[in-house]
Ligand binder design. Structure first.
Ligand SMILES: C=C(O[C@H]1C=CC=C(C(=O)O)[C@@H]1O)C(=O)O
Length: 430
């Protein structure tokens, strides 16, 4: 007996707001501006690790999807077969990379709402399904349990997690930045992104839904995610594939918000004119373009970086848009672009070596790809920034890092990590 996935998506009346319907203990969620998908249960998971973790996940997903029988009566991004994914940053990380296929997905997009059910079914002949019309009849023959849509739960206060410096406390971070600048000046590399960690403990087992809710309320324009304990609100789209179109948003270069309107505008203007930030940004754009180009028939970048306003800071941003040239899935493109110079540096290998040496801790899934993929390979992936990994024992590790170039100043970079920690620390009640 072989097994294959049977999938049915059907329209339902409004599901808004989505977050109160998420699982409070094991939330699975991908959302921006109130739209997105929430997963419940786990029909199966794919776990990978090591240098080929993304390619292995992409290949496993391709064969699973090819065998699935899908009856999708809505046909929007995020309907039909989907998996939520979180990928470790480094080849040598001890953290696993996962694709989680839920048993129930609740989704909202473009004013429409849907429910997807995903189950494993035995195939008597061992041959599996082939999708299409035959696949649909397989779904029709499958007895899904009666549909139970989780009711929204009342809003709760966020849990209180007290964060302490973890790996690379502030003085060590400043020393790392100074050392990175020395190496850059010595010609070893052009840019390296150095991170540090905060640690805390979550004592409320079912407190994560409130954390996610706070992130979504405070940072509605970011990708709010929860996948296998990785929780965050990232402004950076690593890559998005939708019916042959490809897009990405590259971020690098940061400044604080001003206190009043005039000073805020001045800060944004200064960022847009800062040689240091423009240089840091250009390297991040170049790395993404160079890696995406071989897979696209066309790829356009916004001509000048623009300033992206977030509640906690300003970023320099460049949007990339293009068309797919080679039938890559979104995970294939994730594999091509990760890690960009926004989270590693330039040249890539030299930067990875320097960051591993200076940081000296395992980033886990921080700065790795996080998102979802569907049965056709389309999907949306962000870089896991402004995030924390919550372990089953309640340990919470939050991360933030900065791009270091030749004129970086250690105290300024340390201050920048504080700005970047703000969303996740506040969401945990800090
Ligand atoms: C590495 C992080 O941010 C990256 C993304 C945007 C801006 C960045 C910067 O200005 O340094 C970083 O490259 C982080 O938030 O931990």
């Amino acid at each position: 007996m072989n097994q294959k996935l049977v999938v049915r998506t059907e329209p339902v009346d409004e599901l808004a707001p989505l977050i109160p319907r998420a699982d409070p203990r094991h939330p699975l969620l991908w959302m921006r501006r109130g739209e997105g998908i929430v997963g419940h249960g786990e029909t199966l998971r794919i776990e990978t690790s090591g240098p080929t973790r993304i390619e292995d996940a992409a290949a496993a997903w391709r064969s699973l999807a090819a065998m699935a029988s899908v009856d999708d009566r809505v046909g929007l991004p995020g309907t039909g077969l989907v998996a939520f994914g979180a990928i470790a940053f480094a080849d040598e990380s001890a953290a696993t990379s996962v694709l989680v296929v839920p048993s129930l997905v609740l989704g909202r997009r473009e004013g429409r709402a849907w429910v997807t059910r995903i189950a494993l079914a035995e195939t008597a002949d061992g041959a599996g399904g082939t999708g299409g019309a035959a696949g649909e009849s397989d779904v029709a023959g499958h007895a899904f349990p009666p549909l139970e849509i989780p009711e929204p739960s009342p809003k709760r206060r966020v849990p209180r997690v007290a964060f302490e410096p973890g790996a690379v406390p502030p003085p060590a971070y400043e020393a790392n930045v100074a050392e990175a600048v020395r190496r850059i000046d010595g010609g070893e590399l052009e840019k390296v992104v150095l991170a540090r960690q905060l640690m805390g403990e979550l004592h409320e087992e079912d407190g994560l839904r409130a954390v996610i809710n706070r992130l979504a309320e405070d940072y509605p324009d970011t990708w709010v995610f929860a996948v296998d304990g990785l929780i965050g609100a990232s402004p950076e789209t690593l890559v998005r594939v939708d019916h042959g179109t490809v897009s990405a948003r590259v971020l690098a270069g940061t400044t604080s918000r001003g206190a009043g309107e005039a000073s805020d505008r001045e800060r944004a203007l200064a960022l847009a004119a800062s040689h240091k930030d423009l240089a840091e940004h250009a390297l991040a754009v170049a790395s993404a373009v160079q890696r995406l180009e071989p897979h696209t028939a066309r790829l356009d970048a916004s001509p000048e970086p623009f300033t992206l306003q977030l509640p906690n800071l300003w970023h320099l941003a460049t949007d990339l848009k293009g068309t797919l040239g080679d039938g890559s899935s979104s995970l294939d493109l994730v594999s091509a672009v990760h890690p960009t110079a926004a989270v590693a540096g330039t040249p890539r290998l030299a930067a990875l070596a320097v960051l591993a040496e200076l940081e000296g801790f395992d980033r886990g899934r921080y700065a790795g790809p996080v998102g979802w993929i569907d049965g056709d390979g389309d999907g949306e992936w962000a870089i896991a920034l402004r995030c924390a990994q919550v372990e089953p024992d309640g340990a919470v590790a939050a991360y933030a890092g900065c791009g270091i170039v030749h004129d970086s100043v250690p105290a300024d970079e340390l201050a920048e990590t504080l700005m970047k920690f703000r969303p996740i620390v506040e969401a945990f009640g800090g």
